[in-house]
Design a binder for this molecule. Structure first.
Ligand code: SF4
Ligand code: SF4
Length: 131
């Protein structure tokens, strides 16, 4: 049984929305600081909002609009976004395949701004939706 999708650190500053294009239920969100909302679009980059949620202030403060967030309550575990040919940087995993922090503690050692334990993102993904 495949799991819900989790977006991890490799998405930071890439955000090409390739995953948004393949998600059939528009459950991949971007934070819009101008409205303080997490929004998903009907089509990536269309600007036409399908769904919106309020972010949890403490959780959204960590990365803000630096990466995208999956609403795991809406994700149907369809597997489309974490197929190997979708994300150009390998940032999305099914929940059970997010690398264990004991074996993968840093994503990009050349950039000290990046280096969160990937399992951190499992919790962040659950915490960032405040409503
Ligand atoms: S697994 Fe499917 S439903 Fe869940 S975020 Fe990915 S594409 Fe969307
Ligand atoms: S496809 Fe990967 S890099 Fe692109 S927005 Fe989705 S998670 Fe981020």
């Amino acid at each position: 049984m495949p799991g819900v999708a989790i977006i991890t650190e490799a998405c930071v500053d890439v955000k090409d929305r390739a995953c948004v294009d393949v998600c059939p239920v528009q459950c991949i969100y971007e934070f819009d600081p101008s409205t303080n909302q997490l929004v998903s679009e009907i089509e990536a980059g269309s600007g036409v909002v399908e769904n919106s949620h309020q972010p949890s202030p403490d959780s959204i403060a960590i990365f803000g609009d630096g990466l995208l967030y999956v609403n795991v309550d809406e994700c149907t575990s369809c597997t489309a976004c974490y197929q190997p040919d979708v994300c150009p940087v390998g940032a999305i995993y099914s929940e059970e395949h997010v690398p264990n922090g004991s074996t993968v503690t840093t994503y990009n050692a050349a950039d000290t701004a990046k280096g969160h334990d990937h399992t951190f993102f499992v919790q962040l993904t659950r915490d960032v939706f405040g409503d």
